[in-house]
Design a protein around this ligand. Structure first.
Ligand SMILES: NC(=O)c1ccc[n+]([C@@H]2O[C@H](COP(=O)([O-])OP(=O)(O)OC[C@H]3O[C@@H](n4cnc5c(N)ncnc54)[C@H](O)[C@@H]3O)[C@@H](O)[C@H]2O)c1
Length: 318
C-alpha cells in the first residue's frame, strides 16, 4: 500500500515537473531567453584552426571573451588567432594540441591553467570524418574517429570540469551532429563517435544536475551538413526541408544557444520533428530520410575525408 502511495507521489511529481518544463519551453519559444554576458569568460575552442571553430572564435572575440584556441593544425590556428585579434579580442592564446592524444591534452591543459586561468566555457568542436563504408574502413581510421570526435571530450572534461565544479560556474559545449541522432549510410564510425559524444555530454549534465551543481550548463549541438568543406561532395536529397547550412548561420545559432543556455540545438528545425518521429517508433522514416538526404548524390563517399584535414594531419593510408 505504502509502495503504491510512494509511486503515485513520484508519478505526480514527475508529471508536474514535465508540465512545468513544457510550459517553460512554450514560453521561451515565444519570448527569447535573456542572454548571458560572456565578456571576460575564458572560452576554449578545440579545432579552432578552420570551419566552425574559427567562426566561433571570431564571434566570442566580438563578445569580449578571453580566447584559448586549440588545433592540431598550427598554421590554421595561428591564422584564427590573428583574425580574432582583428575582430577585437584583446586576449587570445593559440596552442597546438592533438586532441586525440590524452597525454597531450592534459599537458596543454596544464599550460593553459598556468598561463591563462580556469576555462569557464569549453567547446569541444574538433572533428574528423573517414567517409568510408564500415567494412572498407581501416581500423586505425575508426579508432582515430573515436579519439578525436569522442574520447577527446573525456580528457578535456577531466582537465577543466573540476575548476568549474569548484567555482560552480561553467559551460560545456558538445559539437555533435545530426549523425549523432540517427544512423547514416557510409558514416558508421562517425555516427557512433557522435552518438557517444552526445551521450557523454548528456550524462555528465545529469551527474552535475543531480549533485546540484546548477552553475554548470551544457549545450549539445546537432547540425545537419554545413558548408565548411568537411563533407564536400555530399549534397542533400531534399534541399527545401534539409538544406545544407551556411557556416555563418550555424555559428550564429550555436552562439545564441550558448548565450541562452539552451541544452539542445538541432539544425535545421526539421530535425526536431524527425527525432520526435523516431521516438514514436516511426523511426525508420526519419532515419531513411536523413540517410537519403546525406548521401543522395555523393558520388564518392571517400571524397569527404580528402577534405577533412585527416589526411594532412595523420599519415594513415586511405
Ligand atoms: N561540416 C559539417 O557538415 C558538420 C555537420 C555536423 C557536425 N559537424 C561537426 O562540427 C565540428 C567542426 O567541423 P567543421 O565542419 O568546422 O570541420 P573542419 O574540418 O573545418 O574543422 C575541424 C577542425 O578540427 C581540427 N582537428 C582535427 N583533428 C584534430 C585533433 N586531433 N586535434 C585538434 N584539432 C583537430 C582540424 O584541424 C580543423 O581545424 C566537427 O566536430 C564536426 O564533426 C560538422
Amino acid at each position: 500500500m505504502s509502495f503504491n502511495l510512494q509511486s503515485s507521489k513520484k508519478l505526480f511529481i514527475f508529471l508536474g515537473k514535465s508540465l512545468f518544463s513544457l510550459l517553460e519551453a512554450m514560453i521561451f519559444a515565444l519570448l527569447p531567453k535573456p542572454r548571458k554576458n560572456v565578456a571576460g569568460e575564458i572560452v576554449l575552442i578545440t579545432g579552432a584552426g578552420s570551419g566552425l571553430g574559427r567562426l566561433l572564435a571570431l564571434q566570442f572575440a566580438r563578445l569580449g571573451s578571453v580566447l584559448v584556441l586549440w588545433d592540431i593544425n598550427k598554421e590554421g590556428n595561428e591564422e584564427t588567432c590573428k583574425m580574432a585579434r582583428e575582430a577585437g579580442a584583446t586576449r587570445v592564446h593559440a596552442y597546438t594540441c592533438d586532441c586525440s592524444q590524452k597525454e597531450g591534452v592534459y599537458r596543454v591543459a596544464d599550460q593553459v591553467k598556468k598561463e591563462v586561468g580556469d576555462v569557464s566555457i569549453l567547446i569541444n568542436n574538433a572533428g574528423i570524418v573517414t567517409g568510408k563504408k564500415f567494412l572498407d574502413c581501416p581500423d586505425e581510421l575508426m579508432e582515430k574517429s573515436f579519439d578525436v570526435n569522442f574520447k577527446a571530450h573525456l580528457w578535456t572534461y577531466k582537465a577543466f570540469l573540476p575548476a568549474m565544479i569548484a567555482n560552480d560556474h561553467g559551460h560545456l559545449v558538445c559539437i555533435s551532429s545530426s549523425a549523432g541522432l540517427s544512423g547514416v549510410n557510409g558514416l558508421a564510425d562517425y555516427c557512433a563517435s557522435k552518438f557517444a559524444a552526445f551521450g557523454f555530454a548528456e550524462s555528465v549534465f545529469v551527474e552535475t544536475f543531480v549533485q546540484k551543481q546548477k552553475g554548470i550548463k551544457t549545450t549539445i549541438v546537432c547540425p545537419f551538413f554545413i558548408k565548411t568543406g568537411m563533407f564536400e561532395g555530399c549534397t542533400t536529397g531534399c534541399p527545401s526541408l534539409l538544406p545544407i547550412l551556411e557556416p555563418k548561420y550555424a555559428v550564429e545559432k550555436i552562439v545564441e544557444a550558448i548565450l541562452q543556455e539552451k541544452m539542445y540545438l538541432y539544425m535545421p528545425k526539421l530535425l526536431y520533428f524527425m527525432m520526435f518521429l523516431k521516438r514514436l517508433h516511426l523511426a525508420q522514416d526519419g532515419s531513411e530520410c536523413l540517410t537519403e538526404a546525406m548521401w543522395d548524390r555523393a558520388k564518392d563517399p571517400g571524397q569527404a575525408i580528402r577534405n577533412s584535414g585527416l589526411r594532412s594531419h595523420y599519415s594513415l593510408s586511405l
